[in-house]
Design a protein around this ligand. Structure first.
Ligand SMILES: Cc1cc2nc3c(=O)[nH]c(=O)nc-3n(C[C@H](O)[C@H](O)[C@H](O)COP(=O)(O)OP(=O)(O)OC[C@H]3O[C@@H](n4cnc5c(N)ncnc54)[C@H](O)[C@@H]3O)c2cc1C
Length: 239
């Protein structure tokens, strides 16, 4: 993808943008000692899933082996008939259990210890055969047959573990310019990926959506076309 972008004249710069400001009719982006100017900006900064307490090396290894997973929509079918744990305590975690329940009848919810489970959610999980286990989940260890963790009943091993602890939405660059966001912090866009700030566009996971590569790329395609058309309109206006 980098090669293809370069072939069409794109410059790819590594580094983190710390601040985005208005600059005349456009924007200036600053970070790593650089300042970049642009007439339009597309924010595609994604999200970061909150992790349970696992050190980075074990996290990477468990992810590689498919023992730790973050996206039931992406890979739920791969855990068909496996013994699976979801970590979390809220409605989102319960929804994830319900989703995974269609692939396996061995789903446990390990409470994350920060909040308690609402009674109506607990009742619903019991009705669909999801076991609720006291948490918090800690002291993770890779075993020959899965990923084990310590929780209220002691050390338990699961063939796959899905943390459902929410995400940190990387929308600060847009909110710094006053762009509207949802209560979760996702950037609000119109059907052409325009944010509430003129000249600022957003696509991918940072926008409320499916958190799927195909969806993110589709939104990027819509955004790129809109940016091209909006810039052409601006140029016509000043002719
Ligand atoms: C473990 C896991 C497995 C997944 N499996 C699948 C799968 O099988 N199929 C599927 O379709 N989807 C899968 N997904 C979801 C998929 O990865 C996302 O939907 C997709 O990557 C979203 O693309 P994006 O460009 O919006 O964000 P990202 O891919 O997250 O890219 C955002 C980029 O912006 C950078 N960034 C953030 N802030 C700044 C800043 N201030 N300055 C500069 N750069 C910044 C980040 O470092 C990152 O590189 C998975 C996700 C995870 C976590």
């Amino acid at each position: 993808m980098r090669l293809q972008a370069a072939r069409y004249g794109s410059r790819i710069l590594d580094g983190r943008i710390q601040k985005l400001d208005r600059c005349g009719a456009g924007f200036s982006a600053r970070g790593h000692g650089n300042e970049l100017r642009a007439r339009a900006v597309l924010i595609a900064t994604g999200v970061a899933n909150r992790r349970p307490p696992i050190d980075d090396v074990l996290h990477a290894e468990a992810l590689k082996l498919g023992r730790l997973r973050y996206c039931p929509v992406c890979d739920g079918y791969e855990i068909t008939d496996q013994d699976v744990a979801v970590i979390g305590s809220d409605a989102h975690a319960a929804q994830e259990c319900e989703f995974l329940r269609s692939f396996t009848d061995r789903v446990s919810l390990v409470l994350d210890g920060r909040t308690s489970l609402e009674e109506r959610i607990a009742k619903h999980l019991a009705s669909i055969g999801v076991r609720v286990i006291g948490g918090p989940a800690e002291r993770f260890r890779l075993e020959a047959n899965g990923l084990s963790l310590c929780c209220a009943p002691g050390r338990l091993c699961f063939e796959a573990v899905y943390p459902a602890l929410g995400s940190r939405i990387h929308s600060e660059l847009a909110t710094g310019l006053g762009a509207d966001v949802t209560k979760e912090g996702c950037i609000k866009v119109d059907s052409h990926q325009r944010t509430s700030v003129a000249g600022l566009y957003a696509a991918g996971d940072v926008v409320l959506g499916l958190d799927q590569i195909s969806h993110a790329m589709g939104e990027a395609g819509v955004a790129a076309t809109t940016i091209r058309n909006d810039l052409a309109l601006v140029r016509q206006k000043f002719r």
